[in-house]
Write a protein that binds this ligand. Structure first.
Ligand code: HEM
Length: 396
């Protein structure tokens, strides 16, 4: 069943294969970091605390990386999910036209360059909160409303996810003209970055919804591993691996002016943890088609098993790249499901339809929010996000 790019599941608590931004770089920075941390503590934002006779600084733990904001693609698509993420959807104000959208994207480009390298943004009233090496990525996308306002043709296959039988969508978690996916290794840097970005958008757009998630993608020693969702399942094993040909084919759009872009589907999927917990382990494993302890495939999964139904072999070869995060609020718990693919219609929708038709997990999972966006191509230094898309032609 396993595709060519399907890695072996990481044993929970044991590291998976290091990715591009994986153990090598992280481990290296962790090592180098110990030398620079002491020097930086007195000068940068962190308050140095030196008690009398307390000459030894504590050993650094869990140092993150600086993810360069430049490139053909926005980097946050391929980086592993760090500890915390916020997805923010905004609606354009009525007079935000193509020109104004271009101005907002220029402002956001400056913010992305500053924040991801640990610098404050212009007008930042809490500049101390901009932290270096925070695994911070900021990914920007346009929803159908922004495409319409700017007079842009959507890339092929970009469409709204059609209603599914099991959906119970709520407007408060759905739709949006713009999206920001902001991810980091800890919540203070994340909250600060989101605040700057939303504040800078005020002349152009207002926040529509904001969803937070968390993910544990590292073991106790800080090494990458495949995380678990709130059902306790090892989740993310079979997603195409960044850097592979399958990943590139699955995700990137190759059609001008959208070359280097991708599409993002965000689904807020509520999970009934109480009734799930009433199942025997056998039934839980059968519903998924994988074991709970290590996430290995069952040798003979039933026809309604989630992992089997979602597999490319059951969907005419269609693949997606998943990047989810858990959420837990006073209302409910679940998965902030994110899927990247070149075409929503050609890749996400057929898989989602298969699952809606027969997935055993449907008894315990319900989509309560849904939105889709085109993630802009990346940008190089001196350039701005969306220039290749908005900069061409006559602004309307
Ligand atoms: C709360 C809802 C969901 C849960 C708890 C869940 C959980 C899982 C788990 C544990 C796996 C097996 C491990 C892995 O390969 O990552 C898996 C696989 C997968 N899921 Fe889901 N999933 C959910 C929703 C969805 C949705 C909405 C889609 C797409 C429409 C989807 C698509 C997939 C795909 C494509 C695979 C990999 C299949 C393969 O190639 O073997 N899942 N899911």
């Amino acid at each position: 069943m396993s595709g060519p790019e399907t890695p072996a599941p990481a044993e929970p608590g044991k590291p998976g294969k290091p990715g591009k931004h994986g153990i090598g770089r992280r481990g290296f920075l962790g090592y180098v970091g110990s030398a620079v941390a002491g020097a930086a503590a007195g000068t940068a934002g962190g308050a140095a605390w030196a008690g009398d006779g307390d000459s030894e600084s504590p050993a650094p733990v869990g140092l993150g990386t600086e993810v360069a904001p430049y490139g053909v693609h926005q980097p946050g698509v391929a980086t592993p999910m760090p500890a915390v993420v916020e997805v923010v959807a905004l609606d354009l104000l009525p007079d935000t036209d193509r020109d104004a959208l271009g101005r907002l994207l220029r402002v956001w480009t400056g913010d992305v360059e500053a924040l991801t390298t640990g610098r404050a943004t212009p007008g930042d009233t809490e500049p101390w909160l901009a932290a270096a090496r925070a695994d911070l990525t900021i990914t920007v996308g346009l929803g159908p409303g922004a495409l319409a306002a700017a007079g842009l043709d959507a890339p092929t296959g970009f469409e709204a996810v059609p209603p599914m039988r099991h959906d119970r969508l709520q407007p408060r978690w759905s739709g949006g003209d713009l999206v920001l996916v902001v991810a980091a290794r800890e919540g203070t840097t994340l909250a600060h970055a989101v605040r700057q970005l939303v504040r800078d958008a005020v002349p152009f757009a207002r926040q529509r919804w904001r969803q937070s998630g968390f993910w544990n993608g590292t073991d106790a020693d800080g090494r990458p591993m495949t995380g678990r969702n709130l059902f306790g399942q090892v989740d993310g094993t079979a997603s195409p691996r960044p850097g592979s040909a399958t990943f590139d084919e699955t995700v990137w759009i190759r059609e001008p002016p959208w070359t280097g872009a991708t599409t993002l589907v965000v689904r807020r999927i509520s999970m009934d943890l109480d009734t799930w917990a009433e199942l025997t382990r056998d039934r839980q494993e059968a519903a998924l088609g994988r074991t709970l302890d290590t996430g290995e495939r069952l040798s003979d999964p039933g026809p309604r098993a989630h992992a089997r139904l979602a597999h490319p072999m059951e969907n005419a070869g269609a693949r997606i790249v998943r990047k989810g995060a858990n959420y837990a609020t006073e209302d409910d718990s679940g998965l902030l499901f994110m899927s990247f693919q070149a075409s929503v219609a050609g890749q996400f929708v057929p898989i989602q339809r298969s699952l809606d038709r027969a997935d055993s997990l449907n008894t315990w999972t319900t989509a309560i929010g849904s939105a889709e966006f085109v993630v802009l191509p990346g940008f190089e230094r001196g350039d701005w996000l969306g220039s290749g898309v908005l900069g061409s032609g006559t602004p309307g």
